[in-house]
Ligand binder design. Sequence first.
Ligand code: C2O
Ligand code: CU
Ligand code: CU
Length: 529
Amino acid sequence: MSQPIDHTRRRLIQSLGLGILAAGTFPRLIFATGGGSPRPVSPNFHPDVDVELTARPTDLPLFKGPRTHVWKFFGQVLKGPENCLTPMSGSYLGPLLRFRRGQRVRIRFRNELPEDSVVHWHGLHVPAVMDGHPMYAIGPGETFAYEFEILNRAGTYWYHPHPHWVTAKHVYRGLAGMMLVEDEEEMALGLPSGAYELPIVIQDRSLDRRNQFQYSSHMMTRMRGFLGNRIIINGTANATFSVATRVYRLRVLNGSNSRIYKLGWDDGSPLIVIGNDGGLLERPESRPFVMLAPGERIDVWVDFKGHKLGSERVMRSLPFTTGHGMMGGMGGRMMGGMRGGGMMSGSVLPLGSDYPLFRFRITRQESGDSHLPTRLSSITPLRLGDAANSSKSRTITLSMRHMSALLNGLSYGMDDVAPWERIPLNTLQIIEFDNGFGVGHGMRMPHPMHIHGEPFQIIKRSIHRRFGNAYETVSAGLLDSGWKDTVLVMPGEKVTLLKRFDDFKGRFMYHCHNLEHEDLGMMRDFLVY
Ligand code: C2O
Ligand code: CU
Ligand code: CU
């Protein structure tokens, strides 16, 4: 199974009318801030899984002391296998959703928040109207029935709101959840499952003395991205997993607003990576560390065999530098101040410092006999020569200036598609993200660039030599193989990728997954026509 997406399902989807909706429905736009219409369930869609997902404010006992006010997704199964929804009790995260490739899924999103919102299924290839575009945001008290078929291959995906200007705030308050897709290819491998498969969502928050999440929308924070002073694993205070002396599969998601992690084991042993954004790699890869930017996922194989009962292994974020500066070369001092103390937010956890993320305490003797497959999957490489634009790539420059974050000099416009953003349906495209490679000066920050729709393959990276030293602290951890939907583009770097635009017409976002940057306007739409 080499394709990330099952295109044979296309006809079925079109016969359900979703293809047409995707291309043709543009609900009313109110003040260009979203304002879509509620969407009822469609009577001719026959779901295999039918769940309700309600977003509402609540107060949870997450930490010692007062309860924390959060916004949370609550789920309920109306129809479907038992494991399709696992509530995250004691956590602000939404339920873990588990789907199977080929399933028809209906998710009735009910907005019980005091604001407009919309849900995006990060990494899934769904019709434009189902993709959580801000123009489909619904108001308080309204319901939107998402209906789509799972076309993606097995992998770790996630869902989160995507409302115009305020995605960062909605996610920060707690609205997010992990979503796993299974398929036959993966199941045949017999990878660790059940209690031996651990979802791990890494986020950061700033807590005040009353256990409330503090968020600063100060311009400095927005330009840099929010950095909290405390790491939160799986939406709860407990960051220790108690494990047995055997093999585990860790499904790790960076669900932070802007914080980038450099994952590495405290004992210096390499990370064994078996998958990333778009599912399993061809074969396991061993890395001294792995960079994980907001929106990215990795699937890690770890064996606790031979560890003493009572001992611990810790996953850390290791030190790195991003080489960014507020004003190119002269901003070092100023940035140093911000990185060190996050002057504005009082952050005690500067980006790129060295700190623990989560730990495993070995508490049980058990012998499980999973062994690491040498071959996991097969991935057909996309070829430059097959691209519709093989003579001229679509280059998107990333820049930050005048208190805004721009893509090719433009910030987000609800109804605005530039010529280079028009993409013919069913084509392969070369896309380049240029973060100062071609210029080498200006304010440069890392940007985790995400494209909606089908996953892509990373073809090439080039770094401007002015940024070479900082780059060396991260480059061995950039895991570019397999299928990706989010790619970390470092300062001074240009990344070339190949992506297909199949099946669905309509507007699909691409943006920086530093959510403060996204909300500053570092987002645009591709129009697939
Ligand atoms: Cu995870 Cu457009 O987002
Ligand atoms: Cu997405
Ligand atoms: Cu960015």
